[in-house]
Design a binder for this molecule. Sequence first.
Ligand code: SAM
Length: 247
Amino acid sequence: LVVEPGQLQNGRLLLASSQQHYLQRVLRLGEDDRFIVMDGLGHAWLATFVQSSDALVQAELLEPITTHTELPIRVTLVAALPKGNGFDDVVRQATELGVDQILPVMSDRTLLHPSAQKVERWQRIANEAAEQSERLCVPRLNAPISFSKYLQQESNNLQTPDVLMQKYLCIARGASHHLLDRLQVSIADAASPSIVIAIGPEGGWTDAEVEQAIAVGYQPVSLGARILRAVTAPLVALSLIAAVYEK
Ligand code: SAM
């Protein structure tokens, strides 16, 4: 169960009614059952229900859990919003694959302009995926911004240590290097442990977006000879990153 850090006090957790419903009605946990509580920031505990004097249901944190399910590097996924509800799958799969942060962007060819409620929905999906993957950290979902505005911010940051990040722009045609080759060179060089990977929309990045990204340090990379759907490409890119850095 992912909880807000503010819900945890002195080894106890005050459950929100939706969380109580989930644990007791959906999962059908009883008084003697144990469950895992995560603060989404890298901490987790084994917990159990406790009797409380008031009507509120509380849990007691029994012991910390120290499993290592996080990637050894920080990965940010910058992904242009695909059509329909395709981004739900991107968020779920990216969370399962260990991403640290997800930044939805609207590129020049993005068709979807999401409502504010979408971000809350994606964050819920990330929470659920982190729970099922037994991750200790929940990826942060940023509100969508335009890709060129995001790149503008990147160019303003060029003087900060972020410039050391490995930044990859996936392009379906014309990249001279495969992402896998770039990752293997980076790991051999002990390059920065932070990676940003950017995936375009159904219609692909425009030439201007590719140029602007390269100007702020992105390396154009291929994911292979076939054109992948906008919801498949993040899955492939993140699988390669996990394979290279976890093996
Ligand atoms: N016709 C579009 C084009 O030529 O860019 C296809 C876009 S593809 C459906 C959506 C996004 O997935 C691309 O912008 C790119 O970021 C990524 N992608 C798909 N296949 C790829 C590949 N083989 N190599 C690198 N990136 C790929």
